[in-house]
Design a protein around this ligand. Structure first.
Ligand code: FAD
Ligand code: NAD
Length: 458
């Protein structure tokens, strides 16, 4: 009811930072009648990251894989407040967060929000390891604007390569694409890039047809470590056929405007991955309980060590799980249910125990242990348990690889090639956020196969 006061003083306030995989999964699950729910995120949309490499080459349109966060909030039973802003500080003692928003003319608005429960689902940044030149000359593959930048850069390079009287060596440089990192992001992008070259660019730029090349460099001895060795070998041989040159044990050391410097590496030295955002980095540095620089340490209920009533999930945490959408969304669903139970303890008093109901002043950890103690046989709150469904990646040439867990057979299935590609497409179509997303992506795939990708340098 829009006439209801917000925040309703009889309810606790749940503040959620982020609008990605983890945050949207909580929002889908949490009962918005139990809390004043406030969401803060610098972007007002959910990004389906799994298809981001496809948008960088134009196989899929960028707007097809995003969904405004207000779409989700509009479908909740009770009003949820959204602020497009960045959380810049968390005061755990005062139980407030500081949020900031810059307008296009440089004005900055700063506000505080009080919370009873806080969830950090702010994701992570791309790890650069301080490599010189990477920020200025390289392109990341993390956000929608990164994919758009890559696409424009590719087309600008192609037009530059066609400039009058360029010497052959310079021309070849403009159409040599180097992908750094043999994790799934790098491999999927390399596959998409090879498709773009073979299906479209060679016919639009026939003079460059023999000059195009894609090189993927990886510091470790092997690419795609999360996949079975059989699928890794399959991908390597497929890449060799499609002229993608994989160079393992080769680490990027420096990037300049027209070259990269690499070093053949000692495998032990290397460690890849995400790096925490400044907000998370500052929290880790300020708390004695936080000893891992990779992300926030949380307990089995995703409560942040050293921060009562603060929860964290997904890529901003440091857990035993890989930083994947699969993990973040399972954690989000778990937390949504946990908040529903916590909310019921507080407000539907007879439901669990009167003794717990009067414990409204207790923090989440005390409430959880009290509820579990009182109901030892049923354990109202059970710890989070991750269930790995498998790994799936597109590797180009209408082929994919899939390591799938089949729990009822208690075994893993390894699939590759066209069949895995159709599975990959159907899985991603079904996982997309809305019917609008699904329709758009399906139409994009049909459009690409009928007319090819657009080559405007927009
Ligand atoms: P995110 O989804 O990154 O969301 C973080 C949110 O926090 C964003 O809305 C951001 O705007 C917001 N935010 C940032 N800073 C602040 C702040 N200061 N205050 C408030 N909000 C903030 N995983 C898979 O399992 N399968 C895949 O196929 C897959 N494909 C991927 C492809 C690519 C190209 C990439 C980059 C990743 C892929 N991943 C995949 C990994 C997956 O995207 C991440 O693990 C997942 O996004 C983590 O979810 P999250 O909620 O922790 O963070
Ligand atoms: P990643 O951490 O999986 O891989 C990055 C790779 O880059 C590492 O192998 C690292 O050794 C290498 N690397 C880093 N710096 C380098 C340098 N200077 N020179 C050479 N090599 C360098 O990162 P990602 O691929 O972006 O994936 C991030 C997370 O998202 C992972 O957990 C991944 O599983 C998940 N993801 C999953 C899918 C999928 O399931 N299809 C797709 C994309 C991402």
């Amino acid at each position: 009811d829009p006439k209801q006061p917000f925040p309703d003083p009889s309810k606790k306030t749940l503040v959620i930072l982020g609008a990605g995989w983890g945050a949207t999964s909580i929002l889908r699950t949490v009962d918005s009648s139990l809390y004043n729910v406030v969401v803060v995120s610098p972007r007002n949309y959910f990004l389906f990251t799994s298809l981001l490499p496809s948008t960088a080459t134009g196989s899929v349109h960028s707007r097809s894989i995003v969904q405004p966060i207000r779409y989700l909030l509009r479908h909740k039973s009770h009003f949820v407040r959204f602020y497009e802003a960045e959380c810049s500080d968390i005061d755990k003692d005062g139980k407030t967060v500081e949020i900031r928003r810059k307008t296009s003319d440089g004005q900055e608005f700063v506000q505080q929000i009080n919370y009873d429960y806080l969830v950090c689902s702010v994701g992570a940044e791309t790890q650069t390891f301080g490599i010189p030149g990477i920020e200025e000359h390289g392109c990341f593959m993390k956000e929608m604007w990164d994919a758009q930048k890559i696409r424009t850069r590719i087309m600008k390079c192609l037009e530059q390569a066609q400039f009058k009287d360029l010497d052959p060596e310079t021309r070849r440089r403009y159409v040599h694409f180097v992908v750094v990192g043999g994790g799934p992001t790098g491999m999927e992008f390399a596959g998409e890039m090879a498709d773009f070259i073979n299906a479209d660019l060679k016919s639009w730029y026939p003079e460059l047809a023999n000059d195009f090349s894609v090189t993927l460099i990886e510091a470790l001895p092997s690419v795609l470590p999360m996949f079975s060795s059989k699928l890794r070998e399959y991908t390597k041989s497929l890449f060799a056929k499609t002229n993608i040159n994989i160079r393992t044990q080769t680490a990027l050391k420096k990037v300049t405007s027209d070259s990269i410097i690499v070093e053949v590496t000692d495998p032990e030295v290397w460690a890849g991955g995400n790096r925490p955002r400044p907000l998370i980095k500052n929290l880790i540095e300020s708390l004695n309980e936080q000893t891992n620089r990779r992300g926030l340490i949380v307990d089995d209920y995703m409560q942040v060590n050293g921060m009562p009533d603060v929860f964290a999930l997904g890529d901003c945490t440091s857990t035993a799980y890989a930083p994947t959408a699969q993990v973040a969304s399972q954690q989000g669903a778990f937390l949504g249910q946990l908040f529903n139970k916590l909310g019921s303890l507080d407000f539907e008093k007879p439901r669990v125990d009167r003794h717990i109901a009067i414990g409204e002043e207790l923090d989440s950890a005390a409430l959880i242990s009290l509820a579990n103690e009182k109901h030892a046989s049923t354990k109202v709150f059970r710890p989070f348990k991750y269930s790995h469904q498998g790994s799936l990646a597109y590797v180009g040439h209408e082929k994919a690889i899939a390591d799938l867990n089949v729990p009822f057979l208690d075994k893993q299935i390894h699939a590759s090639g066209y069949l895995a590609f159709f599975f990959w497409r159907s899985a991603y179509l079904s996982e997309l956020y809305s019917l609008r997303n699904r329709t758009n992506v399906l139409l994009d795939w049909i459009r690409t196969s009928l007319f090819g990708r657009d080559i405007s340098s927009l």
